[in-house]
Design a binder for this molecule. Structure first.
Ligand SMILES: *[C@@H]1O[C@H](CO)[C@@H](O)[C@H](O)[C@H]1NC(C)=O
Ligand SMILES: *[C@@H]1O[C@H](CO)[C@@H](O)[C@H](O)[C@H]1NC(C)=O
Ligand SMILES: *[C@@H]1O[C@H](CO)[C@@H](O)[C@H](O)[C@H]1NC(C)=O
Length: 315
């Protein structure tokens, strides 16, 4: 799931500059594209909040309840900002291919973060930490530290939403999840059977994309292993009030782009659209031959779909 924000930032980027080698590489869809290779990040030694990894352009931001959230941004903060929010059990690293792609940076400011309970962020396991408001505060903490201003006031204080093969809100999760994905849930949340957990996690990542590069595949599994199972449980069971969201859509206040993968084995397209029935300013694009990780199977098409939509409907 992605949320795009129009950036009105007027200050300099807080984040260090990315120093990268540029190389032309062959993409999975057989086109030649320019990519950052092994980016080397100039870090500020005095920045006590700098992230765990010295080679990632990230930092910890502190959410309202004290939870530390790992966030990262690349590009020019004066351009429209897109905040990439990953799905269940993964982390911000899922978007590596996008963040390493300079063609995105020509047009937009890229922001991503490990949502609470994931990746490098804190992983609270008490119920109070999983109240919806806390997750909204995480978004705000990231937004403030990265100097992204809201272009307007509620209900359309973000410029648009991009749902990428998304569960639109919590109440729709078991309708939108495919039977194969839902079947992995007991294994993803078990605290008593290691064999079942291992098999379920491997199955879940394979459903997301059946042919990932080995390192990336291991990173996806790793994001599963660093997560307490109590957090996985909250991710399936926490509640969310979707009234405001749906009002913003049905009133015409907020444009929405819904992207689907033609081969997605995790999310059911029609069920996802049913969950946002009546949304007024809606564009739907299905990427042929794309898996649940749509941007990996069809990275060029994904990029042009998102950037063209932002140009036409948001900026
Ligand atoms: C653990 O899970 C495996 C795989 O799902 C299953 O075959 C096995 O019976 C389970 N063990 C127990 C003790 O429930
Ligand atoms: C959900 O949010 C709406 C406002 O967006 C509010 O009117 C309603 O009372 C809330 N429902 C619950 C159950 O809190
Ligand atoms: C999306 O829908 C809007 C109307 O809501 C339309 O103007 C626009 O051309 C559509 N297509 C794209 C690619 O944004």
């Amino acid at each position: 799931m992605l949320v795009s924000l129009k950036s009105l930032a007027s200050s300099m980027a807080l984040l260090p500059l990315v120093v990268a080698n540029i190389q032309d590489i062959q993409t999975r869809d057989n086109s030649i594209e320019r990519r950052f290779v092994d980016p080397v990040i100039a870090i500020t030694p005095t920045d006590a909040n700098f992230g765990i990894s010295a080679v990632a352009p990230g930092r910890f931001v502190t959410s309202a309840d004290g939870t530390k959230i790992f966030a990262e941004a690349r590009g020019n903060p004066l351009k429209p900002a897109i905040v990439f929010i990953h799905g269940f059990g993964l982390g911000a690293m899922a978007f590596n291919e996008i963040f390493d792609d300079p063609l995105w940076l020509l047009q937009v400011y890229l922001v991503r973060y490990d949502t609470r309970g994931h990746g490098r962020s804190d992983k609270p396991t008490n119920a109070a930490a999983w109240v919806s408001q806390r997750l909204a505060e995480d978004f705000d903490a990231v937004r403030l530290i990265l100097r992204i201003s809201y272009p307007s006031t509620p209900p359309n204080y973000i410029s648009g939403i991009i749902y990428d093969a998304a569960v639109p809100y919590m109440a729709s999760i078991f309708n939108v999840g495919s039977p194969a994905a839902v079947a992995t849930v007991p294994g993803l949340t078990t605290t008593t059977n290691v064999t079942q957990f291992q098999a379920a996690y491997i199955q879940f990542i394979n459903l997301c994309h059946p042919a990932l590069e080995w390192n990336f595949y291991l990173a996806c599994l790793g994001d599963g292993v660093v997560q307490p199972r109590a957090d996985a449980q909250f991710l399936f069971t926490r509640t969310q009030n979707s009234t405001g969201l749906l009002e913003a859509g049905t009133s015409g206040a907020l444009p929405l782009l819904a992207i689907f993968g033609g081969n997605d084995k995790v999310v059911l397209k029609q069920a996802s659209l049913d969950a946002i029935a009546g949304w007024k300013r809606l564009n739907v694009t299905t990427l042929a031959n794309a898996e649940h990780f749509t941007w990996i199977g069809q990275q060029v098409l994904f990029r042009t779909t998102v950037l063209d939509w932002i140009t036409l409907n948001v900026v």
